[in-house]
Design a protein around this ligand. Structure first.
Ligand code: NAD
Ligand code: GLY
Length: 378
């Protein structure tokens, strides 16, 4: 049974379908929301052999002509070089303003394709078909599109909403466990920022969810997306409430930049560490108790996620370097680093009041803790 949520953004509003097996019906679902029955599908070389044929068969059935572009997988594809080649390849296919792009893949393909759609011919439509847990619960919805630069994560991009999102939970059956776990970090994020009951549910059902398909996984995707669609509808451009979705991200982005946007640390793994750091900092500043910070860490580590900076190679946990990355974050305002800190499970707040010296001292302590047995290899 699939469920449909609406991102209520007036003219830019769109439906988000969630359910198992949607890919087989994708053509029929896409056909009513596109202007030209000619689409360009963008995917990566991991996803293509697993899911592209199902999509193209459904496009054929809906009489939507299509061309495909297959990119290399991984975060390193989200750079200027791949963006520029993607745009030129799409232009070479001879698109018009009514030609939609279809992003089939994880957050990398979604962000890159979305940014291409935002800029090609000054803006064309695109459909998100997310195939990772992370992309289904987060990146495919909300219209944030971007690429990374050596200066930092997602620093070049645009807000550009898709016209439709199809989150087919069956596609997660082929996702490697490490990627599933990385997405799980973003699921836990929703519990911490907005819904204590969901957090408690995850504590009870996390293992079931991570063990495979079924009702628990579908429920987690659905509840996460209910929260995401509400927050995005309330604050599309992140001028207020949407900032809470960045919980764990200021620290996480710094770690990603320092580890080189590669497989040493996946985005979701960085967010998990970032949430733990935000929780510890909030405890240190007296906003909540250390045992609440420990509670979040227990839920993340029970799933198998790292919860301490000590899990990273020593060369990437220099406090001053991490702080320098945080100063370049998009969320810096008037030179002040914006942080999302928890007050209790289910409620966070936005602050720009943490002094850089406090942050530096905090990061120095966090980075100096002794390495656990499960440390990530350099
Ligand atoms: P990803 O796109 O790199 O996908 C992870 C890996 O899984 C890749 O190797 C991919 O080829 C593979 N894969 C994807 N679907 C698969 C499937 N069904 N079966 C087997 N393999 C599959 O990474 P991600 O974690 O999905 O996304 C991370 C990116 O999302 C980051 O760049 C991050 O900045 C971005 N992001 C964006 C937003 C936003 O609001 N736009 C929010 C969160 C994250
Ligand atoms: N992933 C954060 C946001 O969409 O705002």
């Amino acid at each position: 049974m699939s469920k449909i949520l609406r991102v209520a953004l007036g003219r830019r509003g769109y439906d988000v379908h969630i359910g198992s097996g949607l890919l087989t019906r994708a053509g029929a679902l896409i056909e009513p929301v596109i202007r030209l029955k000619r689409a360009v599908v963008v995917t990566d070389s991991n996803v293509a052999p697993l899911h592209l044929a199902t999509l193209t068969k459904s496009l054929d059935a809906a009489k939507i002509a299509h061309r495909e572009i297959v990119l290399p997988p991984g975060e390193q594809t989200k750079d200027f070089a791949h963006f520029s080649k993607l745009c030129e390849d799409i232009l070479t296919l001879g698109i018009e303003r009514g030609t939609p792009l279809i992003a089939l893949g994880g957050g990398v393909i979604g962000d890159l394709t979305g940014f291409a759609a935002a800029t090609l011919l000054r803006g064309i439509d695109y459909v998100q078909i997310p195939t990772t847990l992370l992309a289904q619960v987060d990146s495919a919805v909300g219209g944030k599109t971007a690429i990374d630069t050596p200066q930092g994560k997602n620093l070049v991009g645009a807000f550009h909403q898709p016209v439709l999102v199809l989150a087919d939970t069956a596609t997660l059956d082929t996702l490697p466990q490490r990627e599933l776990l990385a997405g799980y970090a973003e699921v836990v994020k929703y519990g911490v920022i907005r819904d204590a009951e969901f957090f408690a549910w995850l504590e009870r059902n996390g293992a079931k969810l991570l063990a495979g398909g079924g009702a628990a996984r579908d429920h987690a995707v659905r509840r996460s997306l209910e929260i995401k669609t509400e927050v995005v509808a309330a604050d599309e451009r992140e001028s207020a409430e949407r900032q809470i979705l960045n919980y764990g991200h200021s620290f996480g982005h710094a770690l990603e930049a320092e580890t080189g946007f590669g497989s040493t640390l996946l985005h979701g793994e960085a967010v998990a560490l970032g949430m733990c750091l935000a929780g510890d900092l909030a405890a240190r500043l007296g906003h909540w108790k250390q045992d609440e910070a420990a509670h979040v860490k227990r839920v993340l580590s029970a799933a198998g996620l790292h919860t301490s900076l000590a899990a990273l190679p020593e060369r990437v946990r220099d406090a001053a370097t991490l702080l320098a990355h945080m100063r370049r974050d998009k969320k810096v305002k008037g030179g002040k680093i914006t942080l999302i800190l928890p007050r209790r499970i289910g409620e966070v707040f936005v602050t720009a009041d943490v002094a850089p010296a406090t942050l530096l001292d905090f990061l120095g302590n966090a980075a100096g803790s002794s390495a656990p047995a499960d440390a990530v290899s350099p």
